[in-house]
Ligand binder design. Structure first.
Ligand SMILES: [Zn+2]
Length: 243
């Protein structure tokens, strides 16, 4: 009897102290893998919020859904960058569709754990600039199309990397971006007081998949949220700091 009471108290107190997101029957569930999966009870990302707006194409494709953890991560990271850099508006592109599954223009983005984010950039005068399409950047941080019109805003893009990597809303597996832009980001972190632990994580998480890809946007992927197993499956590396 005593054992039963103690066991009950343990269960009750642990669930009160730290309700694992995803364990609630009403929460979103990511099913399968990002290249072949679906989404149950997907959380919608509002069209705009503090420090972010959805791009026109994401709105038109209705690619505004993700697991709760991904949606919270996007809001959290955008909010943090906008607090640090006044006037900053992150342009959020595709997540997944309401029920997940195959989506135009993507191999993955099928089960609510992927999102594309446009780069922060500045114009020739150094003022914050926005475009509603993806803008590619070269190794010197200049836009390729339109040529030399914009510069990669390494300062704000690094702030975004830090916010995503350090966020407690979700655990990030990958931030896909071209190697030449990763170099600019890491170098910026190293010369602007980023913590060694964050830099070590960034080195692994920020990654160019395949040849010459992701030179016009970030693609963020989070691990299966706690509570979404066994339906949700991760593929690829599990970093040493991930429980
Ligand atoms: Zn993507």
């Amino acid at each position: 009897m005593l054992f039963a009471v103690v066991a009950f108290l343990l269960v009750a107190s642990s669930s009160l102290a730290d309700p694992p997101a995803g364990s609630n029957a009403l929460n979103s569930v990511s099913v399968g893998v990002p290249m072949n999966g679906s989404l149950q009870r997907g959380e919608v990302l509002p069209k705009k919020g503090t420090g972010y707006v959805l791009t026109k194409s994401a709105r038109e494709r209705k690619a505004r859904f993700g697991v709760l953890e991904l949606v919270m991560l996007i809001k959290d990271a955008a909010h943090k960058v906008s607090r640090k850099h006044k006037g900053s508006i992150l342009r959020v592109a595709d997540l997944s569709t309401r029920k997940g599954g195959k989506i135009d223009h993507h191999g993955s983005h099928q089960n609510g754990r992927d999102v594309d984010l446009t780069f922060f950039m500045v114009d020739k005068q150094g003022a914050q600039a926005v475009a509603d399409t993806f803008v590619p950047f070269d190794a010197n941080g200049y836009s390729v199309d339109p040529p030399m019109e914009y510069r990669f805003d390494t300062r704000r893009n690094w702030a975004l990397m830090e916010a995503i990597i350090k966020s407690r809303r979700a655990t990030v597996q990958w931030i896909f971006v071209a190697d030449h832009l990763k170099k600019l980001l890491i170098k910026y972190g190293e010369t602007h007081g980023a913590k060694k632990s964050v830099l070590r994580m960034a080195e692994q998480i920020i990654h160019q998949p395949g040849k010459k890809s992701h030179w016009d946007h970030f693609h963020v992927r989070i691990y299966c949220p706690f509570g979404d197993s066994p339906e949700c499956r991760d593929v690829g590396p599990r970093w040493a700091w991930v429980k």
